[in-house]
Design a protein around this ligand. Structure first.
Ligand code: ASP
Length: 297
């Protein structure tokens, strides 16, 4: 951790993968990432914490039907949306939810797990009951299913394709006090079995933060990120002195050895941001400590 020096930065991703024919183009994904980055940055500029910022940015992406998280999430084999999300602060607080249905903003529920329970991860019916006790409104069954995702599900059923990801969202940030945080949210992979929980719900696999080093959020084949502990490997690399880009590349190499591809965004304790991906694309947007915006797909 570099201490309270007023420097803020963040980077968001809108998922690693390839766009399907008929999907909105890359520019639309970049615009969505930019809107999320600006929302998170506004929180940081107003003195908000890195945790506030990553949750704000990921909430914007969950509400954008273009991305596979919250509204517009990918469907399970039986045609339902089951979301995973997690958040971690560099001070060591963490919360997550897995396979939750009909909750508009899973990342906010993950934050409630972090702040209001003694646990790190709640799943399925238990997570939904916790949401109800916290006053989180339950949507009507199927409310998060978009026409575009239903069409993909129908096409996948006809073609009997294997499960595929894409469009997961995440954000890592560094706040003015020198703290970092990471958050990730996803509908998982299209045609996954009901009850499957991926890396995006798992601290160390899809999300990790440590004020001594930095924060990381992952996207890609969750099973490989789980076996390689992709986010933890990226943060460990920053702890050992690697800049964020190199740390992301090192972690991706470990993920590939575990049999998967994807992308990782990182912010280090000094506020430098970086990323790497080994898929055809990964939409993203960043705002540096100098206030410079960059983006790509
Ligand atoms: N990592 C996500 C999962 O396996 C999918 C993705 O990032 O595309 O659930």
């Amino acid at each position: 951790m570099n201490g309270p020096d007023g420097k803020v930065s963040l980077i968001v991703h809108g998922g690693a993968g390839a766009l399907d024919p008929g999907d909105p183009d890359g520019a639309a994904h970049v615009a969505g990432c930019q809107a999320a980055a600006r929302a998170g940055h506004a929180v940081l500029k107003a003195g908000g914490s890195a945790a506030d910022a990553v949750v704000a940015a990921v909430t914007v992406l969950e509400d954008d039907p273009l991305f596979n998280a919250g509204t517009g999430a990918a469907l399970t084999e039986d045609g339902a949306v089951e979301c995973d999300a997690s958040v971690m602060t560099g001070q060591g607080a963490a919360g997550a939810v897995g396979a939750v249905r009909d909750v508009k903003n899973p990342v906010r529920l993950a934050r409630l797990v972090m702040e209001r329970t003694a646990h790190v991860l709640l799943v399925g019916a238990g997570a939904e009951a916790f949401a109800a006790r916290q006053g989180v409104r339950r949507l009507e069954a199927g409310a998060l299913v978009t026409d575009r995702m239903r069409a993909k599900w129908q096409a996948a059923k006809i073609k009997a394709t294997t499960p595929a990801g894409g469009g997961t969202v995440g954000c890592v940030a560094r706040d003015a006090q020198g703290h970092v945080a990471a958050a990730t949210s996803t509908g998982g992979i299209l045609m996954k079995l009901s009850g499957r929980v991926g890396d995006s719900a798992l601290i160390g696999a899809g999300t990790y933060a440590d004020d001594r080093a930095g924060a990381a959020s992952c996207t890609g084949l969750g099973e490989a990120f789980m076996k390689a502990l992709g986010a933890k490997v990226a943060v460990e690399a920053m702890l050992a002195g690697a800049p964020p880009d190199a740390a992301a590349r090192q972690a991706l190499a470990a993920v590939r050895r575990a049999g998967g591809d994807g992308g990782i965004i990182c912010a280090d304790a000094a506020g430098r941001v970086g990323f790497a991906f080994n898929t055809p694309g990964m939409s993203r947007a960043a705002i540096s400590t100098a206030g410079v915006e960059t983006s790509g797909v």
